[in-house]
Unconditional design. Structure first.
Length: 575
RNA sequence: CGGGGCGUGGCGCAGUCCGGUAGCGCACCGGCUUUGGGAGCCGGGGGCCGUCAGUUCGAAUCUGACCGCCCCGACCA
């Protein structure tokens, strides 16, 4: 590609509405342009990177026996009514009508379509297993698109679905995807980790997320630096040991006027927050529930949902007054046991000499001894894991980091196949619903994640595996005949040798070309200028570490082949 | 949906408080010079100041409504 004829609109200045690194880079390096909130155009360089990503995914999906489909993005709404997901998605699904007033939707995912094909076409267990996948534009009317390509309303996703006749088959399909995903993320150069995740409303028996650590990420994960334990904080648990404290303080009520938060009351009473029992009221399908955690802990609402169902929500302030008789800030378990279910976090087991609300405005109680002053109805792990908590496996203090979710693999089970009648006859001749798995990777998000983790102040640093072009020939003063001849010659030779190569033949100043080459992130730069050409030498630069060498032209190919092999070695799953 | 910020040539911004000829840098076009880290000089082109309504002799500037974009939160299989 000759840059003089190509559309690569790089930006010297950063557009003002970009705040995260990957977004700034994608705009500056000329990969994408915004059209509206959460919708982007991919420009040629962005599309080339995207195609590279998709090809890697395709190769790995084919490797595990996947077959590529292309399913419709435009769907009749009825098919989404069959599984009830038209309602579940609600406003997140784009709705439209055709000219005959038929209700249509833009597909946010494709389980229903897969099921509709399977139920029409697949009759016998002998036709299973199947792995079906596609690259397709997904539409989701996100409440708040943000962070450039990290959360958009229209994005390309590789989604795959496995169809099996039994659980053992699903386990096999699932582990194949696990393996494929590890190879994919390695090949794109991401330092990923895998976490057990909440299956959420998706249903099913298990799921894992493939994550990349990044401050721009929307997920929070606990990582053990010692044993490698990794979990989304939605489900992460810390090791805990039951306390064996002795009750020494006398239980009594104290006046704490207008002191509501744990911090305020703690300061007022001269205690540290961990000496408190924090009491929160939630509404659940079983009625109001009081949740207790240590004063310096936070309730993990995902864990509450796992326990009480997805409709758990914090009680409104008025509801609290009605149910407990005191305002938020003065709530406590003592005397409230008969009023509602009390469920306490495990870390309060055996806790003595604690303080909590008195269920009376402007009063707290101290000298609270768990098991004596009150007894919760249930114990559970309910707290949000924090930085430095002991790892549940090995006790080492964990790190808690922000992470980008790049892929998610699910053991779906029969939720959709059963609802839609996608069944087969098993080897006993019995009708059974197909057991499904579903497996997704966001392509644009993956590119954004690569840029979040592989870039510097000068711009993008592509790994060879994703680079739109592996090499750029920077022709300084290209108008000069000797330079032009040398550049054109090299350009042709590299192409013949199978390199994807760009030639900067533009009539702009050297500094401009250097800056652009760094910004666009070509892994290697071959710099052709008067400085060295007369001596038969040439300069090369490796973007990844900035290494520059002046070598004889005769050595050029050898060096670049070596550099390329090294670079690809860094992302080789078989290495 | 709640809170905050912003909307002025393609991009980045000033001007708005205190109403009176719409500016700067970059980019773009032409010319000359320049050519190893986003060049210099000269000359040009390009703006319904987000939209609509109102106040006023006069509105980018004041008032109101709406639209859009970004951030925080809520939400997010």
């Amino acid at each position: 590609m000759r840059l003089s004829k190509s559309f690569t609109p790089t930006l010297k200045e950063v557009p003002s509405d970009a705040t995260v690194k990957s977004h700034k880079l994608m705009l500056r390096a000329g990969l994408v342009r915004p059209l509206m909130a959460g919708v982007y155009s991919y420009l040629p360089m962005g599309q080339l990177a995207s195609l590279k990503v998709m090809q890697i995914i395709r190769e790995e999906m084919n490797r595990i026996g996947g077959q590529e489909f292309l399913l419709p993005g435009l769907n009749p709404k009825e098919i989404w009514d069959e599984t009830g997901r038209a309602d579940n998605f609600g406003a997140e699904m784009f709705h439209l009508k055709d000219r005959k007033d038929r209700e249509l939707v833009l597909a946010p995912t494709h389980e229903e379509i897969i099921c509709s094909i399977a139920r029409n076409e697949i009759r016998s267990y002998k036709e299973l297993p199947q792995i079906w996948y596609q690259f397709q534009t997904k539409y989701r009317d996100e409440p708040r698109p943000r962070s450039g390509e990290l959360r958009t309303r229209q994005f390309i996703m590789k989604d795959a679905y496995s169809l099996d006749v039994d659980q053992a088959g699903l386990d096999e399909s699932y582990s194949k995807h696990d393996e494929a995903y590890r190879r994919i993320f390695k090949r794109v150069g991401l330092d990923y980790f895998v976490v057990r995740a909440s299956s959420g409303l998706m249903g099913g028996s298990g799921s894992e997320e493939f994550m990349v650590e990044s401050d721009a990420g929307e997920d929070t994960c606990a990582l053990c630096p010692s044993c490698g334990y990794a979990a989304n904080v939605e489900v992460a648990t810390a090791k805990f040991e039951e306390l064996n404290e002795t009750a020494t303080e006398e239980f009594k009520k104290v006046h704490t006027p207008a002191k509501k938060t744990v911090e305020e009351v703690a300061a007022f009473l001269g205690l540290t927050p961990d000496r408190f029992i924090k009491s929160l009221v939630y509404w659940t399908e079983e009625g109001p529930v009081m949740v207790l955690v240590r004063g310096d802990d936070e309730v993990n609402e995902e864990k509450l949902m796992a326990k009480f169902g997805a409709s758990v929500r914090p009680a409104e302030p008025e509801e609290v007054v009605k149910w407990v008789g005191a305002e938020v800030g003065f709530l406590g378990p003592v005397g409230n046991e008969k009023n509602m279910t009390i469920v306490a976090d495990n870390r309060l087991k055996g806790a003595k000499n604690r303080a909590t609300g008195a269920n009376e405005n402007d009063y707290h109680v101290v000298g609270v001894h768990v098991g004596e002053t009150f007894e919760p109805h249930e114990w559970a792990d309910l707290r949000l894991m924090r930085e430095g908590d002991p790892c549940s496996q090995c006790g080492t203090p964990v790190r808690v980091v922000q992470a980008i979710e790049l892929g998610h693999i699910f053991k779906l089970g029969t939720k959709y196949s059963a609802a839609m009648g996608a069944t087969v006859l098993d080897h006993n001749g019995k009708v059974v619903p197909i057991i499904m798995g579903s497996y997704g990777i966001g392509v644009g998000r993956l590119i954004a994640a690569v840029l979040e983790t592989r870039s510097d102040d000068d711009g993008v640093i592509w790994p060879c595996s994703l680079a739109p072009f592996e090499l750029v020939i920077v022709g300084l003063k290209y108008k000069a005949e000797n330079i032009k001849t040398a550049c054109d010659d090299l350009y042709e030779q590299f192409q013949k040798a199978g390199w994807s190569v760009a030639l900067d033949d533009r009539d702009v100043r050297p500094g401009f070309k250097f800056k652009d080459a760094d910004l666009m992130g070509f892994p290697f730069q071959v710099i052709v200028g008067d400085k060295h050409l007369a001596d038969g030498n040439i300069e090369v630069k490796r973007r990844r570490d900035g290494e520059k060498m002046v070598i004889q032209i005769s050595e050029l190919f050898g060096l670049l082949e070596k550099w390329k092999a090294e670079d690809l070695g860094l992302t080789d799953p078989d290495a």
